[in-house]
Design a protein around this ligand. Structure first.
Ligand code: CA
Length: 223
């Protein structure tokens, strides 16, 4: 099921980046650049999830959060907070936010938080990699039969599937999927081992090689 997600963020590059990745994951993001528009949209209650920046022109994100929470007690709300903005985090929770992501964030971080919130809100999330259906809610791949995956497996597949046909380096995977800030040579082996295990699982539901090795470049999914 597709989730309708309101993205209230005044920085155009971040707003566009968020919307692209949410759309990629099969959702329907609705971008809004000001707090005033954000508040009006949030109060309609037509969204499965609100993603709110704190500092916004017009009405700030914390106020939107509070009013949306009052109007719709079950609304899922994710705040984007500035680095070191502990007071924003606490204030966000006090005003009814479900979770937060500190800026600067990686795509994998945001996707993981969004998935977790939608899961809690009862919205399921599916996507396809090279024709293979992946269910990020149930953590499984394939139709019948299905195979169980780990959360990291799903995040890895989701990341590779964003750019089919493009080899992604082990360093990039460590950074974006594992969340390592700095990568060292020795850690790239953990990517190889993880992918070897993932391939074994996927081989039980598809004959096609879903994660291909590109010598000297990394891994990719077929385009
Ligand atoms: Ca801002």
């Amino acid at each position: 099921m597709q989730a309708r997600i309101l993205v209230v963020e005044d920085e155009a590059a971040i707003r566009r980046g968020l919307c692209d990745v949410l759309a990629y994951h099969g959702h329907e993001p609705v971008p809004v650049a000001t707090g005033t528009d954000g508040l009006r949209e949030a109060l309609t209650g037509r969204y499965d999830l609100l993603i709110l920046d704190v500092m916004l022109p017009g009405v700030d994100g914390l106020t939107i959060c509070e009013q949306a929470r009052q109007a719709h007690p079950r609304q899922a709300i994710l705040m984007l907070t500035a680095r070191g903005g502990e007071s924003d985090v606490l204030e966000g929770f006090r005003r009814g936010a479900d979770d937060y992501v500190p800026k600067p964030f990686s795509v994998a971080q945001v996707v993981a938080r969004v998935e977790a919130l939608l899961r809690r809100a009862g919205v399921s999330e599916r996507f396809e990699v090279a024709g293979l259906p992946v269910d990020a809610t149930r953590l499984s791949a394939g139709d019948t039969p299905t195979v169980e995956l780990t959360r990291r497996d799903v995040e890895l597949l989701a990341y590779l599937a964003r750019t089919p046909g493009r080899p992604v380096s082990r360093d990039e995977l460590l950074r974006e999927v594992w969340g390592y800030a700095i990568t060292r040579g020795v850690e790239t082996r953990c990517v190889d081992m993880h992918i070897a295990k993932l391939r074994k699982k996927l081989a039980t539901v598809t004959r096609r090689e879903i994660v291909e090795t590109v010598r000297g470049a990394g891994y990719r999914v077929p385009g």
